[in-house]
Design a protein around this ligand. Sequence first.
Ligand code: BGC
Length: 446
Amino acid sequence: MSKFPKNFLWGVACASYQCEGAWDTDGKGRNIWDDYCHDTTHQNIKDGDTGDVACDSYHRFREDVALMKAHNVQVYRFSISWARVIPDGDGDVNEKGLQYYDDLVEELLANGIEPWITLYHWDLPSALQDKGGWLNRDIVKTFGRYTRVIAERFKGRVTHFMTINEPQCVAQCGYLNGNHAPGWKLSWEMVAQVYHHICLAHSEAQRVLKEVCGPDTLVGAVPCGSLAYPEVDTPEGREASYHASWDLSHGWNFNIFLDPLILHRYDDSANDSIKRFAKTIDPKDWDLMEKPDFLGLNIYNGFAVNEKGEPVKRAPGAPVTACKWPVTPEVMRYGPQHIFRRYGIPMYITENGLSCNDKVYMDGKVHDPERIDFLNRYLLELSKGIEDGAPVGGYLQWSFLDNFEWGQGYSERFGLIYVDYTTCERIPKDSAAWYAKVIESNGEIL
Ligand code: BGC
């Protein structure tokens, strides 16, 4: 029996600021990541790196699409730079910026690759940040207007849209911890407000997409966080890991965003500030929340719990990635099941991957056995999760190209394709050829 369903989709993902470059080309406006990287008072990014050039995909997208095609990629999830399309976020449309995405979509379609659009992957136009960004409720309408521009342009050509990538990072990295743009450090009450506006903005965008593109167009939300899996696979262990997955005292979780959006409530484990904020929500707001058609799960790692639901300490020297994230393939089996049990919405894995210390070897090639081993393990676990009943329709590896890894600049490489940042030359790694075979065999070679 096949490990994956017949129509399972295989793809790759990336985001505008991380790969496009061309930061001030063809009328693009400034966004908060331009500002955050260019900030000369604080060095916000490792080694002072910026996304000014990145992989230069703005100029090299045809080469990138050709590489995708050569590696059997079926879906490309990319994000749109809001400030490239509407330079000040809410004013005139910049036709040249919009044309770039039109050309990309056409190139993908011509090569038999499905374009999946993420509307927002963290690069807010600076002019909107000046008005408070996600803290200002006006963002809901403004996001709706921007969505309309994209929907009108791409209706009939794009079947899957995702609204706001990882609200957890937007709210907590950007507005609480200040380790992402805009680098604000606000109180939890204010961060709860940011989350609330993101739920409303998602919903507004979903309404606009359905209205413009039709009811069959699928709209997804893309959360992230830490999910639990059983240390030992017993019924008690599974049950305990399900409950441990929503405990907000572990830090950020999927449900800090999905509970209010879908269940119209906050988990009891939410902190006091969130609870205080929840009491101030206008009850009419709950009627505005739209349930997504699908959930895009970005899953990198999780944590094991015992049968009492207590986190289990990892063994000394347990495997980690180059950026020291724990390697925990089991989360791919149980995580989607937990999410489906709580929300009952079909899913795609919209991101999964790892950074490795990749380099060009003496033979001119990039050997990355660690990536192959990691992806193989995670995909096998995913296939078990699907067999257990989790409706996951596809898997998008993060990331196709090495790219700008936010605060870590170019020091972390997540790609299947190596990028030489001095020349922008692309060199497929061993894992790219391996992944092409995984796709070709619909996972049979795993
Ligand atoms: C983000 C990506 C990021 C990746 C690896 C995800 O949280 O959506 O933009 O590059 O993780 O850190």
